[in-house]
Design a protein around this ligand. Structure first.
Ligand SMILES: Cc1cc2nc3c(=O)[nH]c(=O)nc-3n(C[C@H](O)[C@H](O)[C@H](O)COP(=O)(O)O)c2cc1C
Length: 371
């Protein structure tokens, strides 16, 4: 049973026991097995809907519902195309050096990218009565009202106070404040002229977002254990969203080379770069990143870069090669000790550690300091 100190307004809002969210992670990592294990353990789990065709999304949602009747969410990335290079031919000729290793043909210069089928995907969510819509990398805008009309809650991820205020004023039910330590894409729409995203650390960002909005704030970025959960609550957050830690859960879809690299990496081994997809994202510095950065070659604009390099990423993953596909990860890497632990054990462990920290700090279950 969680101490009262761990029961926050986020738990009431989402109808969960613990204020621990498993981050949606596009790429096939957040499987229905992972999401359902987290929610059955008392946390909140989220499928990644980005890039998932509507029919498959429906199957994944149903697979979660077969395993649990507790609430869960589905996430989409809203970033519009650009900014950045459109010179596909130049980038493909650069990427050809990676293709040789896998015996792949020269890269296509005629990349046809259809816009994401967001309308069809949303229709699936509405029909399947998914309880929570999770959004990132964009302004939720009119999606908030549409989701509310379907009795869904909306959670949006932001990386600046300005975006948090925009989303809170727009009616979202909670915001995830994503610090610079976070693995994955920086959750901003606007990028600087050089394509860079704001990098405000979790410790600085959380209290400033908390002070600016009236909805529950969830802390994300570099949080990997119960100490991080208590720290987030101390900063005024109502919970945490962890991505990297859950990649190592037994139920995650992360491939063996990815898992091994995560366990070998340290806090200095990640970089925020546009080379993976065209938008700034934090991931492990592997050979692909190093070669790209050494060459100083300009990646394509989002989402062209992901599409251009997609054959290389797929071949690398199929070959269990950790060097030539994005291994997105946050900075809390030395805290990842386990391999093969179930997601429920991770939730239990984070909660137990947080309770131990509260006891050490002399915080009783009422939340009041002990005498
Ligand atoms: C592999 C990976 C993929 C991610 N994909 C998504 C995504 O599809 N949607 C999203 O909202 N956030 C995504 N994120 C970011 C997470 O929501 C969250 O901000 C981040 O994982 C928190 O930092 P941490 O990884 O240090 O726990 C991803 C993170 C990782 C590590």
């Amino acid at each position: 049973m969680a101490s009262a100190s761990l029961s926050t307004p986020l738990c009431d809002l989402l109808g969960v026991r613990y204020p621990v969210i498993q981050a949606p992670m596009a790429g096939g990592w957040t499987t229905p097995e992972l999401v359902s294990a987290v929610v059955n353990a008392g946390g909140f789990g989220c499928l990644a809907g980005s890039g998932v065709p509507p029919d498959r999304l429906r199957e994944e949602i149903r697979a979660v519902k077969e395993r649990t009747d507790r609430p869960f969410g589905v996430n989409f990335l809203l970033a519009p195309p650009g900014p950045g290079s459109q010179d596909v031919a130049a980038v493909q000729r650069f990427l050809d050096r990676f293709r040789e290793r896998f015996g792949l043909p020269r890269g296509e210069t005629d990349l046809r990218i259809s816009p994401p089928p967001l309308e069809e995907q949303l229709e699936v969510l509405f029909e399947e009565r998914v309880p929570v819509l999770s959004l990132a990398l964009g302004d939720p805008g009119e999606l908030v009202q549409r989701a509310h009309d379907e009795d869904m809650l909306v959670v949006s991820m932001v990386a600046t106070v300005e975006d948090a205020v925009r989303d809170a004023q727009g009616g979202v039910d909670a915001v995830v404040a994503q610090g610079a330590e976070a693995g994955g894409h920086r959750s901003t729409v606007e990028l600087g002229p050089d394509g860079a995203a704001p990098l405000v650390g979790t410790l600085a960002l959380i209290p400033q977002v908390v002070d600016a909005v009236g909805v529950p704030v969830v802390a994300a970025g570099g949080i990997s254990d119960g100490r991080g959960l208590v720290a987030a609550l101390a900063l005024g957050a109502a919970g945490i969203q962890m991505g990297t830690r859950f990649l190592l859960a037994r139920e995650s879809g992360a491939h063996p080379a990815y898992r091994r690299r995560l366990l070998e990496a340290t806090e200095v081994d990640t970089v925020v770069t546009r080379v993976f997809t065209g938008r700034p994202a934090r991931g492990l510095r592997n050979r692909f990143v190093e070669d790209y950065l050494d060459a100083g070659s300009e990646p394509l604009a989002w989402p062209l870069q992901r599409a251009a390099a997609g054959d290389i990423y797929a071949a690398a993953q199929a070959a269990n090669d950790g060097d030539h596909s994005p291994l997105l990860a946050g900075q809390g890497l030395r805290m990842l000790r386990e391999e093969g632990r179930g997601a429920a054990e991770i939730v239990d462990q984070v909660v137990a550690e947080a309770e131990a920290v509260l006891t050490r700090l002399g915080v009783e279950s009422s939340g009041a300091p002990s005498a």
